[in-house]
Design a protein around this ligand. Structure first.
Ligand code: NDP
Length: 282
């Protein structure tokens, strides 16, 4: 059985790092970093994520501001709110929880957030920065994946890394971060002809698809490091990943569980990104 990459334990370490940083920053600058989270509507999954983000912010001692808008809010009104927060000096980070109701254009909303307050790292100028190798805000989930790999001392140089999924928020940025560490990166997706043949090449396998049990033990190279980003509900409503843990953990050298793997790291890295935004603004 592979070693567990324990995201819950590591996220506690990261949040404690942030907590000390918050205390130092307050002493030095006379104010604490402030994260503003906007939620539109009542999507139950989004409500849980937002609650956890605000809870984590409270733990670290930073300020947080939760803005709850009704599902009926107009795009114009949401954009106005973002513009207000952009020019509010006491706000360091702005996060709009996705998905948004159908009548709101997500791209317009992301574009409206000031890049220096874009704690999710989704704004085009941060995305460009990542791909151009500039020092910029990196999306939280990919940053969390890298921190997990680093915590186990996994050397990526020259390794074959396969990323399954090519979304803008996980697949693509995590692939770029792996490339930056000199891994040979392959990105697989829904049109990949023989997924198992590709994943079996992976020394490091990162799966971000959203399909429970997509990756089974026969699709994994012995000794692989497996990072499961997926968050799905099984038939009983229990949280599970994209990786069949029972069969894959037998072959892996390291593997993340779900829950308790990437999920908590995403929130911890959001705290780190808020600190980064604060430092860039003071
Ligand atoms: P998206 O739906 O945006 O992207 C899914 C990707 O998976 C697409 O690129 C798609 O390919 C690919 N895909 C779909 N079916 C297959 C298949 N059968 N074989 C190979 N690839 C396939 O999802 P996200 O990236 O936003 O999220 C992925 C998962 O990660 C979800 O379960 C989500 O809940 C979870 N998540 C977890 C986070 C955490 O903190 N733990 C944070 C963010 C997401 P194509 O492009 O061809 O359509």
């Amino acid at each position: 059985m592979g070693n567990i990459l324990d995201g819950k334990a590591l996220s506690a370490v990261v949040k404690d790092e942030v907590r000390s940083e918050v205390a130092e920053l307050e002493k030095k600058y006379g104010r604490k970093p402030c994260l503003c989270v906007i939620i539109v509507g009542e999507n139950p999954a989004s409500q849980v994520y937002v609650r956890n983000k605000v809870k984590a912010a409270a733990y670290t001692g930073m300020e947080s501001l939760l803005i709850e808008l009704p599902a009926s809010v107009s795009e114009e009104e949401l954009l106005r709110k973002i513009s207000e927060l952009n020019s509010d000096d006491s706000v360091d980070g702005i996060l709009v929880q996705l998905p948004l109701p159908k009548h709101i254009d997500e791209e317009k909303v992301i574009d409206a957030i000031a890049p220096e307050k874009d704690v999710d790292g989704f704004h085009p100028s941060n995305v460009a920065g990542l791909w151009l190798g500039k020092d910029c805000i990196v999306p939280c989930t990919p940053a969390g994946v890298m921190r997990l790999l680093d915590s186990a001392g996994i050397d990526l140089c020259g390794k074959t890394a396969v990323v399954v999924g090519r979304s803008n928020i996980v697949g693509k940025p995590v692939a770029k971060l792996l490339l930056d560490r000199n891994a040979t990166v392959v990105i697989a997706h829904s049109r990949t002809a023989d997924l198992g043949a590709v994943t079996r090449q992976a020394d490091v396998l990162v799966v971000a698809v959203g399909r429970a049990g997509l990756i089974t033990g026969d699709m994994v190279k012995p000794g692989a490091v497996i990072i499961d980003v997926g968050m799905n509900r099984d038939a009983e409503g229990k949280l599970c990943g994209d990786v069949d843990f029972a069969s894959c953990s037998e072959k892996a050298s390291w593997i993340t569980p779900v829950p308790g793997g990437v999920g908590p790291m995403t929130i911890a890295m959001l705290m780190k990104n808020t600190i980064r935004c604060f430092r860039a603004r003071v």
